[in-house]
Write a protein that binds this ligand. Structure first.
Ligand SMILES: C[S@@+](CC[C@H](N)C(=O)[O-])C[C@H]1O[C@@H](n2cnc3c(N)ncnc32)[C@H](O)[C@@H]1O
Length: 282
């Protein structure tokens, strides 16, 4: 398809992203241009227009297209225990250390945040991991798992906790039986783990204050990869401020965080990118 994108019209692209931000609040201005242009090219093709300027006119005439564009730009691919290695390392390195710290201090609260939760696969995996790790010590803790995303549709689906047979492929048969109920078209998460997670809207590009404080652990997986480095830095700094000490930041195998992270945080696992905020700034 011949399109503007081969010789990117940077000025028109910036105007388009400004317009989307102004009209919808979605802020893709500091997302990586490669991903944005590839996804936009699909929308241009689908709507039958050839240039960004024509696409802006199309948006004015068909405001419902904004949502389709946002759906395409917020890539919601996820899976239960998506990176098994990362979850294994969280289970074997981080949870024992965190639980023993809490026990020694006589503290009951365990506060986790999944910052880009998609349809709930990640926060429910965290809930299952905690439930399995703690077993009957679970009553000793007040567990809160906050799960946020910029996609309201994904959040609605996450709250419902309903998955197709394909959607639960990351779960072992044992975990599936223990934490999900089968129904004719698929599986629904049991109340037990649904009650551990609270879903709400939060946009990581937002410049308002962080929504949660004193967190023990934050998962920010498979989302920074879509952001330009300045925005990545701002998000990571906000996440750092949201952690208590000791507190853990889990980025997963796909992310390649900026070096500045190593100046502030100790790296527990360089492959799973698990970092620890210590008592004192390093
Ligand atoms: C590829 S999915 C990753 C889901 C999950 N964290 C995982 O690792 O499987 C990326 C998610 O980031 C969300 N997202 C994209 N931009 C965001 C933003 N600015 N603020 C919050 N969430 C965002 C998308 O809606 C999508 O659900």
């Amino acid at each position: 398809m011949a399109s503007v994108i081969t010789g990117i019209d940077t000025a028109a692209l910036s105007s388009l992203l400004e317009k989307v931000h102004r009209d919808t609040g979605y802020d893709f201005r500091e997302y990586k241009r490669g991903t944005v242009t590839r996804r936009l090219e699909r929308r241009l093709h689908a709507t039958g227009v050839k240039t960004y300027l024509e696409y802006m006119e199309f948006l004015d005439a068909h405001p419902e297209e904004y949502q389709r564009l946002a759906d395409d730009l917020t890539i919601k691919v996820s899976e239960f225990f998506r990176s098994p290695y990362t979850f294994r390392q969280v289970d074997s390195l981080m949870l024992p250390e965190l639980a023993s710290f809490k026990r020694d201090r006589g503290e009951r609260s365990l506060r986790f945040w999944s910052t880009s939760c998609a349809r709930g696969e990640e926060p429910y995996s965290m809930a299952i991991l905690l439930a399995e790790f703690l077993g009957n010590r679970r009553q000793d803790f007040d567990i809160s798992i906050y799960a946020t995303d910029v996609s309201r549709q994904a959040l609605r689906e996450a709250r419902a906790g309903v998955y197709s047979p394909k959607g639960v492929k990351g779960l072992t048969p044992t975990l599936l039986e223990k934490y999900f109920t089968r129904y004719d078209k698929g599986y629904v998460a049991k109340t037990d783990i649904r009650q551990m997670v609270s879903f709400s809207y939060f946009d990581l590009t937002s410049t308002i204050r962080q929504p949660f404080m004193n967190l023990d652990c934050i998962f920010c997986c498979n989302v920074l990869i879509y952001l330009q480095s300045q925005l990545q830095k701002r998000v990571l700094s906000m996440l750092y401020d949201s952690l208590t000490a000791p507190g853990y930041l889990v980025l997963g195998e796909a992310e390649t965080p900026t070096n500045s992270l190593n100046e502030k945080l100790a790296c527990l696992d360089s492959k799973a990118k698990i970092y620890k905020k210590n008592r004192r700034r390093r």
